[in-house]
Each structure stands twice: as C-alpha cells, then as structure tokens.
Design a protein around this ligand. Sequence first.
Ligand code: DLL
Length: 444
Amino acid sequence: MLKELWNDAEGGFHPASAPDFLPESALREVQLRRLRAVVSRAYENVELFRSRLNDRRLTPASIRSLEDIRELPFTIKADLRDTYPFGLFASPMTDVVRLHASSGTTGKPIVVAYTREDVEVWSEVMARTLACCSLHRGDIVQNAYGYGLFTGGLGAHYGAEALGATVIPISGGNTDRQIMLLRDFGATALCCTPSYFTHLVERAGELDVDLRELPLRVGVFGAEPWSDGMREHIEAQAGIKAFDIYGLSEIIGPGVASECSQHEGLHVFEDHFYPEIIDPETGEALPDGAEGELVLTTLSKRAMPMIRYRTRDITSIITEPCGCGRTVRRIRRIGRRSDDMIIIRGVNVYPSQVEAALLTVEGTLPHYQIILTRDQGLDQMTVEVEVTAEVFSDKVRALEEVRARIAQAIEHILGIRVALRLVAPRSIERSQGKAKRVIDRRAG
Ligand code: DLL
C-alpha cells in the first residue's frame, strides 16, 4: 500500500499526490472550507447565481455543513449557452489567463475560463491523474490529445510537465508520424482518445510495426466512453496497460477523476471537485452506491466556479477503500449519458451496449457506427460494423456466420433485433479525437 505515493522513479515523493491520501475527516474539512469560499465567490460575482440564491432566500452563510450543498440550485449546460460567452465569469478579464471552448453539437460553443491559480490547480490534478496512471518523472509522454480550444491537449501537457515527465506535444492526427515518433523517441506513455488509439493500432499493423516491441507501457485514455471489451482489445494489441481518465470542460477539462493501478473505478480529486449523484428525472440526491447522474461542484475554481453542475454522465460513487491506498472516493466508469439513450421499439438502448456486444464477436473490428432513422414515426437503428479482411473477402458463408453471431450478441444484450450492415475494413471514418458513434438521420 501507499506504493503509488512514491511516484518518482528515483523513489522521491511527488507532493502533488498527497491530497489523494488524506484521512477522511481532514478531506471533509478542506471541502467544507472551500465550498463556503466558492459559494461566496460565485454569489458576489455571478449575477445568475446570486439571483437564484436570492430567489431561494439563501446566502453563502446558509452553507454550514457539506450536506447543505443540497440546498443549492443546479447549474446546467443551457446556463452556459444563455450567458454566452462570458456571463458566468467570476473574475475580471484582466485575471483570466486562458479560455477554452467545447464545440458542442450545434451552434455556439461553451466557453470556459481560467485564472493563473486555476491553471495551477489544473496542472496539479492532471499530475495526480498521470501519477494515478503509474507515470512518474523519467516517463516520456506522447500527448496526442488535440491542442487548441479542446481541453485535452493542454491539460495533459501541463500535468505531464508538473509531474516532471518529458512531454512530446504532437497533438492529434498524422498517425504515421505518431508511429514514427513512438519508435524514434521511445515514449513510455501515450495520451489520446481510446477510439483514436484503436486507429493507431490498426495503422501500426499496416506499417508492420509491432507496438508490443516498443517501450510504450501505458495508455492514458479518456474524453469518450469505452468498454472493458475495448480495453482488453487495446491492451492485448499494444502490450500496454490502459487507464481511463475522466473530465469535462465546464469543470476544468481532464483531471476530474482517474483510474489507478486497481482499475476498479476512477478516483475523483474531490478536494477540488465535489461529487454528488442525483436521480436524473427528479433531481433528488441519491446515496453513495446508487446509480444516477453525476453532479460536480468546483471547490477551488476562481474564473468560472461551477456550483452543482449537472454533467448528464451516469455513474455511481464507490466508497469502499481502494487497494491503492488513495482515500478519495471513486466513481464507476462512465458508459452512458442521460441524453444518449435511444428508444427502439419501446426498448431503451445505449450506444455503449452495442459496443459491448460487438466486442464479444470474433471477426469484427472495434470500428462501428449506429445509424438512426425514422420510419413512419418509429425510430429505427442500423448497426454498421467493420469485419476483418479475412471475413470480408471470404465466401458469403463466413459473412453470414459472423452476421448471425453479431445479431445474437446484440439481441442478448439489448433484448431486441436491429438491422446490421457488415462493411469492409476502413469503410468507417476514423476520428482523431472523439469518435462519432451515432449518426442521427431522424429528421425533426
Ligand atoms: O473530453 C475532457 C477530457 C479530455 C477528458 C481528455 C479526458 C481526457 P469535453 O470535451 O467537455 O471534455 O467532454 C466532456 O466527455 O461529460 C463525458 O460525457 C465524456 N467523457 C470524458 N471522459 C470520459 C470517460 C473532455 N473517461 C464529456 N469516459 C463528459 C466516458 C467521458 N465519457
């Protein structure tokens, strides 16, 4: 136990990891102190938050215990849109040193801001994330998250530097070059989305590069849901340990939560981000262990505090002690969002279930898409999946066999039959960042 506290290759202690191991009482004290400060800050500086508190006849002084957080109003994505671009800032622009934005599905992006102190906190939580993923000083980190308005690139970059690792800021895309540098610079860790990594693995195969023979030992994957089946596939193909990291722009970017060596849920860096689980329908707080929507409060953000932000990500809080020795609570891996549910013939379906089903069938590749259409008022779903070249080029029989197995696997997990289209390798567009798994062609 506590082995991971010693993150430096030479046995040195990395102080950034310390809050992960705080005794519970000390942690709760820090949280309450910070909660009161952040509520005051938002109340004094953010009009929307002040008026919502006034409407409820609350003031920052109403927060006397951590449980009192439940009295506070939620913040939702529409609040960011309605106050676009800078309406939720709690700092004057002269104190804001960085803006990021998340593209969103339509229209204007969500804008987020950081003071110098916010960037420091972000670097710290990302250093703690990477430490959780077993990285330390001496590691060479190839950072293939996109640099730019997306938070992934710069977040991982600052975290790796804060940890004392060596960063290769290659950004996303240009896969042949990624593979060349993996060989030439000998990165020991790669940061990117899991879907981009499956693409990189595939391309390495085409170039006759065996990733298992390279020094690469760790993958730091996040920004989108990915299943345990995908993890097994990735780890076997590349000879690495794959870690899941979680975060969102509105809260800070990556650095909210991370898997550790145990791979049993993600530790939330809860001295900075206070987690709650609510019933997505009623908004009611749920006890630890129950599954529901994750709500996060930034306890130390200055430029843009978020109070009880509804993430729409579905998970549950794990309170049991973790084998790694960290005391901060964990959340289960996020497989779905409350807004990505599809209803097909009255059955609730999530894209992640389709992935789980496909990965159980040999002869399929982890490249797939779900196409939604509407026929006479009813939603229809077609799963398009790539099969291996051997299956695809074989006689009709092999294809039909694989089709039958996929149909069965999907029916087993989803409880319904869906239309299937088996396509040749490389037919489905590859992403450099987050994969677009669902193509929605339902008009209106
Ligand atoms: O994706 C931040 C990030 C960058 C996280 C790099 C991890 C690594 P956004 O673009 O704002 O920020 O998207 C946030 O992505 O609400 C989840 O729905 C989803 N998401 C992020 N990480 C995971 C994960 C970044 N590990 C949204 N598993 C979140 C499942 C994830 N979903």
